[in-house]
Structure formats: C-alpha cells, structure tokens
Write a protein that binds this ligand. Structure first.
Ligand code: MN
Length: 435
C-alpha cells in the first residue's frame, strides 16, 4: 500500500468512544493517531510507546493483548525511544494504525478493555519520541531564503545554487528535545564598528518555524534512495523550532556553519504524525516553466502529482508579562509548508544521493517556512527586518529578538473539505537567563 493512498482509517465520519477525540478542535481525532513516548507524570516508570487520541494516550504495551503480535514484538524492543519500531518501516505502523482505528471506534467491543490502557495527557510526561542520531537542516523555505538573503545582498538575495540543489547543513542532535527550557546561549559576537569580538550572552536570540521529517527505515551506506522510494523512508512529521542566536551565527559562519549559533537547543513537537495520516493533505509539486527544473534524480511523476503537503503553520509567543496577566499567547505569523521550494521526497533523496546512510530516528528539518508575505515570516530576523523594526505585541510590549522568560510555541494542522482536521500538538520552548 502506498502511503499516499486513502483507506478506511481516513473516513471523516469515524468517531471514537474517547469523547475528546470527537471535539472538532482536537488535534488528535481517530483519523490522526500519532506515535509518542511517555510516562506517567513524576513517576519513575520507564518511558513507553503511546498513541495520542483526544486528550488521552493509549499505553500500547498495556494494550498488548489487543494488538497484533508482530506489532507488539516490535514495540517491546523499544527501550530508549521508538527507533526499533520505526526502523521496521511504514507497513508495520500502518498495521498498528488500522488496529487502533478499529479498537477506538465508537461501538468497539474492546472499549472496556482498552479504556484501562488510557493515560490522560495531562497526567503524562512526554519524551523525545526517538533517539535522533543525526539532524540535518535544509533551507527549503524560499521566502525565508529570499528575505534573509535580502538583508545581506539586496540586489541578489538567492545564491546561484538555491534553485538547483536542496541546500542543508548538518546540525547537532544531542540538544534536540521536547518542551525545552534552555539558558540563553553565550558566544563570540562582533558588532559593526568594533575591531575585536566579545564573548557574551546572545542579544539576538530567535526562533525558526520549521517542520521535521523523522526517518523510519534507513538505507545502507553506499546506497542511494531513488525518489520513487523516498517516502517509504519517512515515518512521519513533527514541528521543529531551530532556535538561532543571530549575532553568534553572523560572526562564526564565515564561511563554515552554522555551528554554536544553532546547536544549543532544537525543540520538536512530541507526537510523530504519520505519513499515512497526512495522505489526505497532499498537493502537487510544480515549477514554473521559467524556473530551473529539478535534475532527473529529484524528479518523478509521483512527486509532481502529490509530492507537496498542505500543512498550516503558526508561531506564537507568551512573554512573562503575558503569562502573569493570564493573557493567551500572541500569534506572530502564519504560514504553510506548501510554500517550500523542495518537497520532502526531494530532500530525502538528495540527502542519500551520495551514498550517505540515513538511519531510523534521523531528523531532517525543512528550514524556516516563511509565508509569501513579510508579515508571515517564520523568524524574528525577518519579522523585525534584522532587528530594526520592533514588533508590538497585543499587550503593548515590544520585541526585536527574544527576551529571558519568553516562551515560543509552534503549532500546525491540516484541513481539507471531506476529511477530518488533524493537528500536530505543540513544539514549546522557553528561554532562561544566561548561565
Ligand atoms: Mn533552520
């Protein structure tokens, strides 16, 4: 079965006996069923595999007697994250999805048995869903690439390679987390007009609104991944905030990098939304005839037909003053993954095109997914024109870059007539004072 194919688990009329899943505003209806890694809050039990449904989590190992034996066997191999399960490929997660879809449906004969396996999300700590061996961050958001390029090269914002090659850098995996609290990074900064750099806390701390794809089945070293098979290696997607210290990044990245300007923290959302759940939200990939066309290894009929994804994105901020006053987070920008220059399949195929082996749990960031208009940029660097035009928040505060105590939330959802809306939950991170 192709992961872009629709099946009965996508039926918009399916309802769950878990009441919260039927709330139209829920990110986790029975049509979503994302995988995560959790334990009961403040317990000492091992983290374990779970699936989000409404405001609950299905404890998959507690439900082992209700699930297919070969699915349970793979889940039982998961000790430090979902990697062993994800490595088995999308057919296995599809089997789990089909089983849970039936078990969680209104009228299921197993309701009583499965009810005993639910843990409220409010009573759970969510961990990193898998061990991330390697993290690569692409630069597929052409509106971001253009807007940030303009800050430095107004006449020629895009580098000559941009429209030909999916540009990326190798990032740091040890500092990836969910629901992160991290100190403002320190680093070398050289201000214009000064002869020497200084080592100090970053004054230009920023977020980046991105998506990430999690690799399921890997490829052997020395083997490439043809674009026709690329999405068989993607198990699903998460939100990704690629926190960036712009002052550190600017001084150090001449010409290598980014390095310390980015590797101090990267926050992802805790639930992996499967490619199967995303199947109803595919879009064609197209290139204007007057633009460079993808080289043959990045080109396929399937990629043209449905290589792109329609995922609505937003970024919100909650400052300490807003939280103290009980105010809701303020939205800074909205965007959509569909504006990217390259598709997810193209980034996977390009990554392995030299024989580089991708491994289960690897994370590939899309790069900042700014919208087509400046007000919908996915970073403060763009929203404030490089820090020159402060933003005014609804409570009257202003920001150029992030201040201590600021929390940033990324959210995303998919909507299409004839299908149930699904969401990604939240990637939340909070800036602590520098050490
Ligand atoms: Mn980035």
């Amino acid at each position: 079965m192709s992961i872009t194919q629709l099946n009965e688990t996508h039926d918009q009329n399916l309802q769950s006996w878990v009441a919260g899943a039927n709330d139209p505003a829920s990110d986790f209806p029975i049509q979503n069923l994302p995988l995560g890694w959790f334990r009961r809050r403040q317990s000492v039990e091992n983290f374990r595999p779970g699936v989000a449904i409404g405001e609950q989590i299905v404890d998959l190992l507690a439900a082992r007697d209700l699930l297919p034996a070969h699915v349970v066997a793979a889940l039982e191999h998961c000790r430090d994250g979902l990697n062993p399960f994800l490595a088995r490929g999308n057919a296995l997660s599809s089997t789990l999805r089909a089983a849970l879809s039936a078990l969680l449906r209104r009228g299921s004969a197993q309701q009583a048995a499965l009810s005993a396996c639910l843990v409220a999300q409010a009573d759970a700590d969510l961990g990193l869903p898998c061990q991330v061996g390697d993290f690569s961050d692409f630069f597929t958001g052409i509106h971001h690439a253009t807007a940030t390029g303009k800050l430095f090269r107004p006449e020629n914002p895009l580098m000559p390679n941009y429209k030909w090659i999916p540009v990326a850098y190798h990032g740091r995996s040890s500092s990836i987390g969910v629901n992160q609290y991290f100190p403002r990074p320190k680093g070398q900064v050289k201000s214009p007009g000064h002869d020497t750099p200084v080592f100090q806390p970053s004054r230009r701390l920023d977020f980046e609104l991105e998506m990430g794809v999690v690799i399921g089945r890997g490829n052997a070293l020395g083997s490439a991944i043809p674009i026709s098979e690329a999405e068989e290696h993607a198990c699903g997607m998460v939100l990704l905030n690629d926190w960036s210290a712009r002052d550190v990044q600017g001084w150090e990245s001449q010409p290598l990098g980014p390095f310390l300007g980015k590797n101090f923290a990267t926050t992802i959302s805790p639930w992996i939304v499967s490619m199967e759940a995303l199947a109803p939200f595919r879009l064609p990939f197209s290139r204007d005839a007057n633009e460079p066309q993808p080289l043959p290894y990045l080109e396929s009929a399937a990629n043209r037909d449905h290589g792109m994804l329609d995922i609505d994105l937003e970024v919100l901020i909650a400052t300490p003053a807003m939280r103290a006053a009980g105010l809701p987070p303020a939205r800074l920008a909205r965007s959509n993954y569909k504006h990217a220059w390259w598709t997810l399949a193209q980034t996977i195929t390009h990554h392995a095109s030299n024989g580089c082996n991708l491994q289960s749990g690897d994370l590939l960031g899309t790069g900042t997914l700014s919208g087509p208009v400046p007000a919908d940029a996915g970073s403060l660097l763009e929203l404030t024109s490089g820090g020159k035009s402060p933003l005014t928040l609804p409570n009257g505060e202003s920001r150029t870059f992030l201040q201590d105590g600021d929390a940033v939330m990324l959210r995303a959802h998919c909507e299409r007539a004839g299908f149930r809306r699904i969401g990604f939950g939240e990637a939340r991170g909070e800036v602590l004072p520098a050490l």
